[in-house]
Design a protein around this ligand. Structure first.
Ligand SMILES: Nc1ncnc2c1ncn2[C@@H]1O[C@H](COP(=O)(O)OP(=O)(O)OP(=O)(O)O)[C@@H](O)[C@H]1O
Length: 232
């Protein structure tokens, strides 16, 4: 993406983000509250209007409707999950596949369930009856049902117990490595993000202020400790 700008009405939030994400990368986006991390993901999925440029495999996605961007292979798991509580786990997953050819749905459902055995165990239960961690897995599973090339995740660990978070990130890493799904993960838990991601970006006030290989940005290093906060 180049010179990416976005905001809400007259309020400009992103002031020109330049970034190239390689196919198959997992990139973590860190930064303080209000830095514009969520807005960056929203601009990439078409939920807020972005200006400048953001290309997916050479195709410009800015200015397109969210549905069109989804068809190009972008899936967004927003903060707060957004699963449909009264619908069953299976129904939620099938909704995620609405852009797939019908003949591919059953196979994709099997593939997603193999990643998340806990969802298999609760397939016919209402999503609202799942624990917070299971609902987050469902939200990720639903996004994967569309067979995305690029998965955008907004604070997937929020509200989850450490062990559940770790399990979720283990699955994300497996999907990233074995299925080649590119991921951009906004994450408050910097320690975790740096452990799993290959590269990390730090945003502040709508700008990228730091970017580098995750291993070189571990909390505790002088240059990054101000941004990354205390060790968890
Ligand atoms: N729907 C909205 N309408 C107007 N302003 C918004 C809206 N959503 C976010 N903002 C503003 O945009 C700025 C960036 O918010 P954003 O949610 O992108 O930051 P963030 O880095 O994701 O922060 P957090 O970690 O708190 O979620 C903030 O000043 C916020 O108040």
């Amino acid at each position: 993406m180049g010179g990416l700008r976005a905001g809400y009405g007259p309020a400009r939030v992103l002031h020109g983000i330049d970034l190239a994400v390689r196919e198959g990368e997992m990139v973590a986006v860190l930064g303080p509250n209000g830095a514009g991390k969520t807005t960056l993901l929203r601009a990439l999925s078409g939920m807020v209007r972005g200006r400048g440029s953001a290309r997916l495999r050479g195709t410009e996605i800015l200015g397109r409707a969210p549905e069109e961007i989804a068809r190009l292979g972008v899936a967004h798991v927003p903060e707060g999950r957004g699963t449909f509580a009264p619908l069953t786990v299976e129904e939620n997953l099938r909704i995620g596949a609405h852009l797939l050819p019908r003949s591919h749905v059953a196979g994709q459902l099997r593939r997603v369930l193999s990643r998340f055995p806990v969802l298999q165990a609760h397939l016919s239960q209402p999503a609202g009856s799942l624990s917070g961690g299971e609902q987050q897995m469902l939200a990720v599973g639903r996004a994967l049902m569309s067979r995305p090339r690029l998965l955008l995740l907004d604070e997937p660990s929020r509200g989850l117990a450490p062990l559940t978070t770790r399990r979720l990130f283990d699955v994300l890493r497996a999907v990233n490595l074995h299925e080649g799904v590119t991921m951009i993960v906004v994450e408050q838990n910097a320690q975790l993000a740096l452990e799993f991601a290959g590269r990390a970006l730090v945003m502040e006030s709508g700008r990228l202020v730091l970017a580098g290989e995750a291993g070189r940005l571990r909390p505790g290093r002088r240059v990054t400790s101000a941004y990354l906060g205390p060790r968890r």
